[in-house]
Ligand binder design. Sequence first.
Ligand code: NAP
Length: 454
Amino acid sequence: MKNNLFVIFGATGNLTYKKLLPALYRLMDQNLISSATKIICIGRKNFTTKSYIEDALTQVKEEINWSVFKKSLFYYQMDIESMPDYIALKTFIENNCQMYTDNSIFYLATAPGLFPIIARGISEGNLVSKEDLKGRVVFEKPFGEDLDSAKKYNQMVRDYFDENQIYRIDHYLGKEMIQNILVVRFSNKIFEDIWNNKGIKSVTILAKETGGVMNRGGYYDGSGALKDMVQNHLMQMLSLIAMEPPEDFDTDDIRQRKVQVIQKLKANFNAENLLVGQYKGYKKEKGVDPDSKTETFVFLKAEIDTERWKGVPFYILTGKQLDEKKSEIIIEFLENSHSHKKWPKDSIQSNRLIIRVDPEDGITFQINTKIPGLSSDVKPVVLDYCHGCQAIGNLPEAYEKLLLDIVLGDTTLFPRWDEIEHSWQFIDQVKAYLGDTTPIEYTNFEELRKKVIK
Ligand SMILES: NC(=O)c1ccc[n+]([C@@H]2O[C@H](COP(=O)([O-])OP(=O)(O)OC[C@H]3O[C@@H](n4cnc5c(N)ncnc54)[C@H](OP(=O)(O)O)[C@@H]3O)[C@@H](O)[C@H]2O)c1
């Protein structure tokens, strides 16, 4: 098993405590990565390794055997913006971790504005060089703040590293049911011939949250639902649902098919097809501009301009402070055009395939069936598959899967640069249309539902 070194920039941040440390611990605990793995946690705060671990103990909610895990951890205090600090970091790594034996993984868990400077530091500090395939650099989402900044970051990052050393994370792609989309679509013959505009009436991709911005107001206010959710998570779901069948299912083939979908995404912007909202009380959240026009809700109707999808609406809906926490994809199939000759039209409903991503993992398939008894009346019923219930032990967290793939050098579940580029292009068009629009204020989802569901 390989000896891995993880270096986390932004290790005193929310993401590291909530996701990265628990995921790394579980991978080590299950022997999926070596127990000799070393993790250097970098922050600005004045911690020693001992006091960092004490702080992590209070911040990390997951169960961790700290007496074991702490042997892998180091805290290293540095200013990410200071180039000499990277030279000193290299010396620290050489003295403490015997680096360069196996994989060295540099994880940028910071705001995207710091990506270029950290990338430069890693390169100029000789921590990773272009030819070194054991050196990998991981960028958290969002990659950029708009198309221009994303292009600029990418150009800088590509000056320092090869594309196959770069891992741009979108943790939705590590979720079990997102990985399951390809299996459902391409391993079930029943869907093959109807996965197009002759079989499908509409596709809805939604990610609803009940909470507000909590302590992330400062970050969120500069982003909003379009950039925080649609540009990455929802676009990735859409591209997996709508991509053409890959020929050989290798990494490049799959990424190529995905990018072709995003390139063809079109929307006829008008008040019917695009709605942005802001929850009441948002402007009073900590870190939020009191005059903010940032959207906390988006509904968008788009189309994919290909033979397969011509005429099929793709509805995208996401927001905060809504009625439920739910992320799912609803495929609604066309009705059987003859069924009403035998059964009342309103008793027959369209078949629906629902891929449930979060918080439950599963699949629901709705079909019409006869009501039991002597009458021949019809009603819709659901066939329900609970994915989590079938798992032996807990389902792996998205970050566990993605961190393991980075160690293994598998880039399939990491968006390629052109996927990110085209998704920013689309979001920039939406933003340009919206201009200075004031989002409508909402207090609950019902008020929005009436406006978006006709
Ligand atoms: N939080 C989540 O659930 C989540 C989920 C998905 C993606 N993300 C993405 O992950 C990234 C990090 O998010 P986060 O919520 O963890 O952010 P955060 O809580 O604000 O943490 C930011 C981290 O960056 C460090 N930092 C900032 N400037 C620095 C400097 N000049 N030198 C050294 N360290 C510096 C901070 O160190 P100090 O605290 O020591 O100053 C802190 O460790 C963002 O890109 C975010 O979009 C977060």
